[in-house]
Structures are given as C-alpha cells and as structure tokens.
Design a protein around this ligand. Structure first.
Ligand code: NI
Length: 191
C-alpha cells in the first residue's frame, strides 16, 4: 500500500485559548503535528509550549515578533532566530532545527542564515487561509482537494479572531484526511 503522509502545522502561537483546544483535539485523534512558535508568545505562554513538546509534537522557530524577514539585514534575521531560540531553550531545553519564515517570505539573506545555522526552512503546500475567516466547510473542501502525499498544511493556533474556525474545523479535517488514507507525521519528516 502506498505510504501517504501529511503534516499539519500550526503557526503563530502558543496562546492560552486556541493552542490548548487544538492540543486536546490532536490528542483525542492520536495525531502528531508541528507548531511554529513566535518568541513573543513563548514568553507569554511558556507552559503551553511545554505541553506541546510533552505531548510529542514537533516545534519550529517562527521568529521573535513575526517580522517580514526579507526587509531585514542578515544580523537582524539572526537576532530574530536567536532571541526565539533562547526562549524556547529556556522553556523546553532544546533548540529546534526547523524554521518557518513569516508569510513564507524568503530572501537570499534568509537562505544564507538558514544554511549557516543548519536549519530546515519549512514552507507549506496547502494554505487553509484560516486566519482570514475561511469557513470550516471551505477549509475542509480545500484541504481534501489540494492535499497530496508528502503535503504540508498551513494553519494557525493564534493571531486572528478567526482561529476559532480552525479549532472547529480540525476534527473534520483530520477525519477527512484519515478517510483518504493519510497518516500524520511531523514536518521535519517531509522537508
Ligand atoms: Ni506566521
């Protein structure tokens, strides 16, 4: 049988409201996901980051305060990474190898920093646009149509009032992907 894998990723958290609700759903469904966290939120909700790691999910660095890295110098890009690394390390005891650029915006300076710091730059193949208020039904339809084996699905666990829709859609998204024969892996397995 074909090995169909997919990674679900959640950006911009952790927060105290949506991220725990997402973690509850992932646990109920036996799904491991990947969370790309921002430094400002790790600072606010370190115990939620601890929970993410404790429950077996993968984490990645998503900058300190969600800057468009293409507008920053190499030194500034490195600072965005290192400040967040320090907070993550202080909270869970290790530095993640994955990194995701805000807005997926990547310059040659960004690529250089990633190579020098030996990071896996992780993008996505399916954008749910959950942050923009896409309805759960539309998200599920889009994911069902666009997901291919080895796909990486972009969702959010914080950063917009519409993340309640992400939480609402998640059980059905997982069910739809399982129905299609997908198994869930963390994003490091697919990049
Ligand atoms: Ni983001």
């Amino acid at each position: 049988m074909e090995n169909k894998t997919v990674a679900i990723t959640f950006d911009d958290g952790p927060d105290y409201r949506y991220t725990p609700a997402i973690l509850d759903i992932l646990k109920e469904n036996g799904v491991k996901a990947t969370f790309f966290v921002v430094g400002t939120q790790v600072k606010r909700e370190p115990q939620v980051l601890e929970r993410i790691v404790k429950e077996g999910h993968a984490i990645g660095n998503h900058t300190f305060d969600h800057k468009d890295l293409t507008k920053l110098s190499k030194a500034q890009i490195l600072k965005q990474m290192k400040d967040t690394d320090a907070l993550i390390k202080q909270t869970v005891g290790f530095t993640p190898t994955m990194f995701r650029a805000p807005y997926g915006a990547v310059s040659s300076a960004v690529k250089q920093v990633m190579a020098e710091q030996k990071r896996q730059l992780v993008g996505w193949t399916v954008d749910t646009r959950d942050w923009a208020g896409t309805s759960p039904a539309d998200m599920i339809a889009h994911i069902s149509k666009e997901t291919k084996p080895g796909g990486i699905i972009l969702m959010h666990s914080f950063g917009s009032k519409h993340i309640a829709g992400t939480v609402e859609a998640l059980p059905e998204i997982i069910a739809a992907l399982k129905q299609k024969g997908y198994s869930f892996v963390t994003a490091d397995k697919l990049v």
